[in-house]
Design a protein around this ligand. Structure first.
Ligand code: HEM
Length: 402
């Protein structure tokens, strides 16, 4: 099996190019953290395979935190639950998190996009797309959609950042901060849930609380875990997807002009952007729950596999001219699509919301910015992070003539 050094300079500088070379050699490659699965068919099969599970608290246990508040929290996140526990919570949440509820929120998405862009462009020759637009847009929508009051936004972001440290490899160093954030966020959610039970609003948490009232129960712990999951799964994924979209479109000015001229292309354009430059490249690792034989590999219980969705999305066996970015690309019904939202039982719960956020923001950006001109290379997260994209992206504010 070929090797793929995820921490080497080639992958860090050019993840998609490096993955192409590896994918052309074999469907899998050995990496320092497990076996990377690189081709569409095999990635899809891995995501659907019921003898592979998500990592749960394995990484915490390896660092000596297999028990306690952090491990309990980690095991309770939807992505880390399996079987009947997962199915029950997922069914309840899906009941509340509907395409209708997302569509009803589209006018707010447009209003937020206009407001942010106006402020970002006001009297300035350039602005930072990530800081002034993408991050604020994703967070403001997420909080309003979920039902977090605007005044709590900064506190929530700070707790979310601290809780995020739990997914890394320096947990011992940060344990007190992480535990304090969990305690703070739990108390906040308990109080908010009690308020929304008394006077519900048009938001996801109100719907989840009423699901809880209607006999089929989401427990207090499940509600807390869901709130944390939504904050972490629904923020930086969208922020970075927006950043990746703007970088890709700035490198393809003809496609930017086409999108500005033909708004009806926006749905296809968003799918193509997510396929071509997804904010999740390596995917959520899968762990073999038993010894098994898979794709001519003898797999031992506990072995780690990476469903490299960013590689599957460029597989020439599935996508014609896969390295070509083309917003008119159509995936016909019944044909396999991109895998940026994962697959199987853990398929991204927020995919409709994420798509809508991009579909609403891009036409407004295209309307207000005639040309997309980067004012520098920006700063990037390493592609080995769970989420990949720019942290800073200076953009020249070339406004469209009115
Ligand atoms: C472009 C933005 C997004 C991307 C690329 C993305 C990607 C993913 C991926 C790769 C997974 C794991 C799927 C698997 O391994 O099979 C996932 C799961 C999940 N995502 Fe997203 N996501 C995005 C936005 C969102 C948003 C906006 C929300 C909610 C507000 C969300 C909530 C979730 C949840 C709850 C799960 C776990 C589902 C389960 O375990 O059943 N995501 N997402």
């Amino acid at each position: 099996m070929p090797t793929l050094n995820l921490y080497g300079p080639e992958f860090q500088a050019d993840p998609h190019g490096t993955l192409r070379l590896a994918r052309e050699q074999n469907w899998c490659a050995s990496t320092p953290i497990g076996i990377a699965v690189l081709r569409h068919q095999e990635v899809q099969a891995l995501l659907n395979h019921r003898q592979f599970r998500t990592p749960g608290a394995d990484l915490l246990a390896m660092q000596g935190f297999g028990q306690g508040a952090m491990a309990d929290a980690m095991r309770s996140f939807l992505l880390n639950t399996e079987g009947a526990d997962h199915d029950r919570v997922r069914r309840l949440v899906t009941h509340a998190f509907t395409t209708r509820s997302v569509d009803a929120f589209r006018p707010r998405m447009r209003a937020i996009a206009h407001e942010l862009l106006e402020a970002a462009q006001a009297g300035r020759a350039e602005f930072d797309f990530m800081v002034d637009f993408a991050d604020r847009y994703a967070w403001q929508i997420l909080c309003e959609f979920v039902g977090i009051p605007a005044g709590a936004l900064m506190q929530i972001q700070s707790w979310n950042a601290d809780i995020g440290l739990m997914f890394g490899l320096s947990v011992a160093e940060h344990a007190p901060r992480i535990e304090a954030a969990l305690t703070g966020l739990y108390a906040f959610i308990d109080e908010l849930a009690a308020e929304l039970r008394q006077s519900p609003g048009e938001n996801l948490l109100s719907a989840l609380v009423s699901v809880e009232n209607a006999g089929d129960l989401l427990t207090k712990d499940e509600l807390r875990a869901m709130a944390i999951t939504l904050m972490s799964a629904g923020s930086s994924t969208v922020t970075n997807q927006l950043g990746n979209a703007i970088v890709t479109l700035s490198q393809h000015p003809d496609q930017w002009r086409l999108l500005a001229a033909e708004r009806d292309l926006v749905t296809q354009a968003v799918e193509e952007l997510i396929r071509f430059s997804p904010s999740v490249i390596l995917g959520v690792p899968r762990i073999a729950s038993d010894d098994l034989s898979w794709n001519r590999l003898e797999v031992q219980r506990g072995a780690c596999f990476l469903p490299v969705v960013g590689s599957a999305n460029r597989d020439a066996a599935v996508f014609e001219q896969a390295d070509r970015f083309d917003i008119t690309r159509k995936v016909e019904r019944g044909q396999p699509g991109h895998l940026a939202f994962g697959g199987g039982i853990h398929y991204c719960l927020g995919a409709a919301l994420a798509r809508a956020e991009l579909q609403e923001a891009l036409p407004i950006l295209a309307e207000r910015l005639t040309t997309l001109e980067l004012a520098g290379p920006g700063e990037w997260l390493p592609p080995t992070e769970a989420v990949y994209g720019p942290i800073k992206l200076p953009l020249r504010a070339v406004a469209s003539p009115d």
